[in-house]
Design a protein around this ligand. Structure first.
Ligand SMILES: Cc1cc2nc3c(=O)[nH]c(=O)nc-3n(C[C@H](O)[C@H](O)[C@H](O)COP(=O)(O)OP(=O)(O)OC[C@H]3O[C@@H](n4cnc5c(N)ncnc54)[C@H](O)[C@@H]3O)c2cc1C
Length: 440
């Protein structure tokens, strides 16, 4: 669950860092002011540049950032702060137009000088970037094509804005100011260039190969990977990695999947994969021996990061995958704490890892409640969606001690259950941890 104080700290840090270009511009020697609206417009423009460049830091997959907040929240923050950056750029133009209406004439790229032209092109890049992000599905743009266009437009927006402020020159006449601003922007954009160019070279030195692909349930597969020439990957149970299969480590085609295997067995990793789209529908056909690369581990959805007297796991569909990793790990560690698993599936043939979960219930102190939306004839267990009746008080607390709750499944299910747990069952917000399988 969202840690509000950490989120507030990150937003505070973001605002502080976004003001760095403005601080550089305002450092001595400063030119004489030209009236309130123009000065305000310039301040907003510099903040817009700062916020645009900072987006590269947000998406650079820093564990220190994603661990306390969760990767989905970092990506949501990126969407919102990216929008703020574009709004600041538009506000910069509007404020200039208020102060000097003739400025609007410069929107015609043939009318102005190089400084105004680069400013207009930067704005166009930002607007295009937003249009493609919000309209991706409507435009039927594939995820990979969108990611490439997103990165290129983002780099173009920063480079053009930087050129715009350097050419406009007024506040950045001193060479040290120019150097400082260029260095600041390059450092942030460089993070993503590192992620896309240098990190794959490191991944290439730690390849994996497909050891086995096993059907687990209808349209659900277990993918096993073994390291080639290295000892494997240490991870906390419940974390995930970006997977590239049968492609170069520099390929943009990569997909995030949670580990389903035990963290105590880093020499053979497993991922539970549900067929949902172009890539996941091909997993069942992957041949043993196929080369793979893993960028990970990432994420904060793990019992190892949240010590508690016991856990309630709630999984919907393939959301069981990271939960299985935690249960397998607990069993390998000989854990004796009392745990419970609420597992919801649409149909009996969609219940992945059924037999193994029964075995885990015997190895652990684990109560399992299976909920089916469309149960078979004679089904005696709970049916329908996971709701208030299913989340019984004995599952939320064991022996009087509150359990930490780990929740993973479809977005609607997660939102509904977070409300039930916090508002109706009285579980403290910081005890509810969720992993969303969508980077909205
Ligand atoms: C942190 C995390 C952990 C996940 N763990 C699992 C898991 O254990 N098992 C499982 O079956 N699924 C998991 N997913 C979901 C899985 O990543 C997507 O189902 C998969 O990437 C879809 O790819 P596709 O080409 O088959 O489908 P597509 O039809 O191409 O994509 C369907 C949707 O999936 C999302 N998506 C596609 N590619 C990516 C990508 N490279 N990065 C981020 N999102 C993408 C997009 O929203 C897209 O619209 C996880 C997702 C996240 C964010």
């Amino acid at each position: 669950m969202i840690r509000r104080s950490r989120l507030a700290a990150l937003v505070g840090l973001d605002v502080f860092l976004a003001l760095v270009p403005l601080a550089i511009a305002l450092a001595p020697a400063r030119p004489a002011g030209r009236g309130f609206w123009i000065e305000l417009s310039l301040a907003v423009g510099f903040a817009g540049l700062g916020q645009t460049a900072l987006q590269f830091g947000l998406i650079a997959r820093f564990a220190r950032l994603s661990r306390p907040l969760g990767i989905d929240l970092v990506m949501r923050l990126h969407r919102q702060l990216g929008l703020v950056a574009a709004l600041l750029a538009v506000a910069h133009l509007l404020l200039l137009a208020v102060a000097r209406p003739a400025t609007l004439r410069l929107l015609d790229p043939t009318a102005g000088d190089a400084a105004s032209r680069t400013g207009v092109f930067a704005l166009v890049a930002l607007v295009l970037l937003l249009a493609l992000s919000y309209g991706r599905r409507a435009l039927r743009l594939g995820y990979e094509a969108w990611r490439v266009s997103h990165a290129l437009l983002g780099i173009a927006a920063v480079a053009l804005t930087l050129a715009h402020v350097l050419l406009a020159g007024r506040y950045l006449a001193a060479p040290w100011k120019q150097a400082a601003l260029v260095a600041w922007c390059l450092a942030l954009v460089g993070l993503v260039l590192f992620l896309r160019l240098v990190k794959p070279a490191l991944l290439a030195r730690r390849p994996w190969r497909v050891a086995e692909v096993r059907p687990e349930a209808a349209e659900t597969w277990s993918l096993s990977l073994e390291p080639e020439g290295h000892p494997g990957m240490r991870f906390a149970p419940g974390q995930f990695a970006w997977l590239k299969v049968d492609r170069s480590p520099w390929s943009v085609r990569e997909h995030p999947f949670s580990f389903s295997s035990s963290a105590e067995r880093p020499g053979r990793l497993e991922m539970g994969i549900k067929e949902l789209g172009d890539f996941t529908r091909t997993v069942g056909r992957l041949a043993p021996g196929t080369r793979a690369y893993l960028d990970g581990p990432h994420g904060s959805f793990s019992i190892d990061l949240q010590p508690a007297p016991g856990y309630l796991f709630i999984a919907g569909g393939i959301g069981v995958s990271p939960v299985l990793s935690m249960l397998r790990t607990l069993a390998d560690r000989g854990d004796r704490r009392p745990h419970a698993l609420l597992y919801a599936c649409s149909r009996w043939d969609r219940v992945a890892y059924r037999e193994e979960i029964e075995e885990l219930a015997e190895r652990l102190d684990l109560e399992v409640v299976l909920v089916l939306e469309e149960p078979p004839e004679g089904w005696a267990g709970p049916r329908g969606y996971l709701n208030r009746e299913v989340v019984e008080p004995r599952l939320v607390a064991a022996n009087g001690a509150a359990r930490d709750v780990f929740l993973c499944g479809p977005l609607a299910m997660m939102t509904a259950l977070e409300e039930i747990l916090i508002d109706e069952c009285g579980v403290a917000e910081e005890r509810v941890h969720g992993e969303r399988f969508q980077m909205v």
